[in-house]
Design a protein around this ligand. Structure first.
Ligand SMILES: [Zn+2]
Length: 582
C-alpha cells in the first residue's frame, strides 16, 4: 500500500509524481528535499545487505543502525517518535519485490551507473518487480548530465551526494558534462554561486553550483515529462556521454518495458532528429500495427507518394496535386521517415500527423532499411492489382530494394520531381481507365481501417459491418442501421471514441476487448485506481476501455496501463466518457 507517493503524469517509463508530504516533493526530484521536509530521515524497512556501501546514503545525516529490520525500525521510532514519514525499502534487482513501501532504494545504483547494460538490466528488473505506484530511488549517482537518462529509464528519486562530492574535488558540473574547475576561464552559468569574480570561485562555490545545476536539470526533466517530450530532449542531450546514449539504445531493445509505459496517443509532436528516432516505441508500434493489423479494403491500384512537411498530408499542396491526378482511382500510401508507410485512411492516426523531421533529401542507411522493411512487410499483407511509385529520385533505392526482396515491379511516373506538370500528367494517364471508388466507400473504409489499427486485426469488420457514416471527413461518425451512434473519429489523434452502444458492440464482437473491472460503484468523470478490481494487461495509456462493475457499464479512456491500474492504490486509472447504471 502506497501512502505517500502518487504518479500524476507519464512519458514512457518516466513519470511525474508527488511525494505527499507537508511540503509535497515533485518527482523526479531530490531525496534531500524529502529529508528536509521530514525534519529527519527515512527509515529502511529492510536489513541492509552487509558491505553494501551504497545503501548508506539512504540516511545521509546519520549512520545506519545495524540489526534486523525490526531493530532498525525500533531505533528509528525511539529517536523520532512523532515523525510520520514515507517508508523506503532497500532492494537489489535480485531481491526487489512488493514490500508495501512508498519508495525502493536500489542498493546497486553506484555499481551499475556508468555501465549501460548493467544499468538497464537493473532498472528494468527492479521496476518490473516493485509496484508501479512506488518511487524508485537511485542513491549517490545523479549529476546534471545524467538525470534525464535516469528519469527516462524510470527513476523517480535521486540525491545531491555525487554532485556534492564532485564539487569538493573541483569538478564543475553542467548538463553536458563536467569540467576541472582549473580549466575554466569563464563560468558558463549564472546561478547565485557563480555570480562573483572567477578568481574568487572556490570549491565550496563549486559544490553550491553543482547543486543548483542539478536542481535546474531536474526541473528541465520534469517540464519535458509534462510536455511528453523527454525522449526528444534525450536524443540530443544524452550524446554528451557515451553511456547515456548506450542506455537509451539498450532501453529501446527492452521494447516490452517501454511499450507497456508509452501512451498510444498524445498531444506532443515527435521531433525526428536522428536514426535513434526510428527505434522509438511510437514509431515501432505504428509500423507494427500498419503491417500486422491494417488491411487495405480497396480494389484499386496502389500509388506510393512521398510524405509532405504539412500534416495531415491531405492538407498539403503537393498531396492536393496528387489527389487531383489520382481522382479516387487509386489507394494512396505515403512513404516517410521516421514513420515508414502511412495508408491514406490512417493519415490522422497518431503519430502520422504528430512528427516533424529534418528534410534534407538524403536518406541515411538506417532510414532506407527501416522504410523498405516496413513497405516490404506491408506489401506482403496487402495485394494490389498494380503498383505505381510516384516518388522522387531519393525514394527510388527504397522501392528498388522492395522490388528485389518481393519480386514485384513498380511503375515509375515521376520525371524530375513529383509535382511537375509532366509527372502529374504521367500519374493521371497511368490511372486512365481505372474505376473510381465512391466517397461512401472511402469513408467506410477509413472508419474500419482505424478500428483495425486501434482494436486489432478484423475489428473494422466486426464492429462496423453494417454502419451508416454521418458528417464530413475528418469528423466522421459511425451509426448503426437504427440510427444510433456507435463511434466518432477524433481528428486530433485519428482514433475512435466509442459511445455506450459502440462499447456494447465491442464487448459482443470477436475483437479483443480492453476491460477495467470495478467495484460496486457508478463512476462519474473518472475511475480511481483503488476502485479497480482488475484490468486487461494489454491496456495502454490512451486506449479505449470498457469499464464494468456490478452497478455500472461505462466506456472511457485509460490513464494508466493495465498492470498499473490493477496494482495502484492512488491516482486516476481511467476517465469515463459515458456510463449506464445497472
Ligand atoms: Zn553556477
Amino acid at each position: 500500500m502506497t501512502d505517500y507517493f502518487e504518479v500524476h503524469d507519464r512519458d514512457g517509463a518516466a513519470r511525474l509524481g508527488e511525494l505527499r508530504l507537508a511540503d509535497p516533493v515533485t518527482t523526479p526530484g531530490l531525496v534531500d528535499d524529502v529529508l528536509a521536509d521530514a525534519g529527519s530521515e527515512w527509515t529502511a524497512d529492510r536489513q541492509i545487505p552487509e558491505g553494501d556501501e551504497a545503501s548508506l546514503t539512504v540516511l545521509p545525516h546519520r549512520a545506519l543502525p545495524g540489526g534486523t529490520p525490526e531493530e532498525v525500525q525500533a531505533a528509528f521510532a525511539s529517536d523520532y517518535p512523532d515523525v510520520d514519514y514515507p517508508s523506503a525499502a532497500v532492494v537489489s534487482p535480485d531481491t526487489a519485490a512488493d514490500d508495501g513501501a512508498d519508495a525502493y532504494v536500489l542498493s546497486t545504483a553506484q555499481s551499475v551507473a556508468g555501465h549501460a547494460e548493467a544499468f538497464v538490466d537493473a532498472i528494468v528488473r527492479t521496476r518490473d518487480a516493485i509496484p508501479a505506484d512506488s518511487a524508485l530511488y537511485l542513491p549517490g549517482v545523479a549529476t546534471p548530465g545524467n538525470v534525464a537518462t535516469l528519469a527516462y529509464a524510470g527513476v523517480d528519486l535521486v540525491d545531491t551526494d555525487r554532485a556534492v562530492v564532485k564539487g569538493t574535488r573541483g569538478k564543475y558540473l553542467t548538463a553536458d558534462g563536467e569540467h576541472f574547475l582549473e580549466d575554466l576561464t569563464e563560468l558558463p552559468c549564472a546561478c547565485p554561486a557563480c555570480q562573483g569574480p572567477r578568481a574568487d570561485f572556490d570549491r565550496e562555490d563549486c559544490v553550491a553550483h553543482n547543486e543548483y545545476t542539478l536542481r535546474a536539470a531536474l526541473a528541465t526533466v520534469r517540464e519535458r515529462i509534462r510536455q511528453g517530450r523527454l525522449r526528444d530532449y534525450l536524443e540530443g542531450q544524452a550524446r554528451h556521454e557515451q553511456w547515456h546514449t548506450a542506455v537509451f539504445r539498450r532501453l529501446d531493445r527492452q521494447y516490452g518495458y517501454l511499450e507497456q509505459r508509452t501512451p498510444v496517443i498524445r498531444r506532443a509532436e515527435i521531433t525526428a532528429a536522428s536514426d535513434d528516432t526510428l527505434r522509438r516505441v511510437e514509431i515501432q508500434r505504428f509500423a507494427q500495427r500498419v503491417t500486422d493489423r491494417y488491411r487495405c479494403r480497396f480494389d484499386n491500384p496502389l500509388v506510393l507518394v512521398p510524405c509532405s512537411a504539412r500534416k495531415p498530408y491531405s492538407d498539403s499542396q503537393s498531396h492536393g496535386q496528387f489527389h487531383d491526378a489520382v481522382q479516387f482511382r487509386a489507394h494512396t500510401v505515403s512513404m516517410t521517415s521516421p514513420i515508414g508507410v502511412v495508408p491514406q485512411e490512417l493519415e490522422l492516426t497518431y503519430p502520422a500527423q504528430h512528427y516533424d523531421s529534418v528534410v534534407t533529401g538524403d536518406w541515411s542507411a538506417t532510414e532506407l532499411e527501416f522504410v523498405s522493411d516496413v513497405l516490404g512487410a506491408y506489401l506482403r499483407e496487402n495485394e494490389y492489382p498494380r503498383m505505381i511509385a510516384h516518388v522522387p529520385a531519393e525514394y527510388r533505392p527504397i522501392c528498388e530494394r522492395v522490388e528485389d526482396d518481393l519480386g514485384v515491379e513498380f511503375e515509375y511516373t515521376v520525371v524530375d520531381h513529383p509535382t511537375t506538370t509532366d509527372s502529374l500528367a504521367n500519374l493521371a494517364s497511368a490511372l486512365a481507365g481505372e474505376d473510381k471508388y465512391r466517397k461512401r466507400e472511402r469513408q467506410h473504409n477509413t472508419l474500419r481501417a482505424v478500428a483495425d489499427y486501434q482494436f486489432g486485426r478484423g475489428a473494422g469488420d466486426a464492429l462496423f459491418e453494417d454502419i451508416r457514416v454521418r458528417a464530413r471527413y475528418p469528423k466522421l461518425k459511425a451509426h448503426d442501421p437504427g440510427g444510433e451512434q456507435l463511434a466518432a473519429l477524433v481528428p486530433q489523434y485519428g482514433v475512435l471514441s466509442l459511445t455506450l452502444a459502440g462499447a456494447r458492440r465491442w464487448v459482443d464482437s470477436a475483437a479483443p476487448t480492453k476491460r477495467v473491472e470495478i467495484d460496486d460503484f457508478v463512476p462519474h468523470g473518472s475511475v480511481l485506481a483503488p476502485g479497480v478490481v482488475d484490468a486487461s494487461e494489454a491496456i495502454r495509456v490512451g486506449d479505449e476501455v470498457v469499464v464494468e462493475g456490478p452497478n455500472a457499464f461505462a466506456v472511457g479512456r485509460a490513464e494508466m496501463h493495465g498492470r498499473e491500474m490493477a496494482e495502484s492504490t492512488r491516482g486516476i486509472a481511467a476517465s469515463v466518457r459515458h456510463v449506464a447504471e445497472r
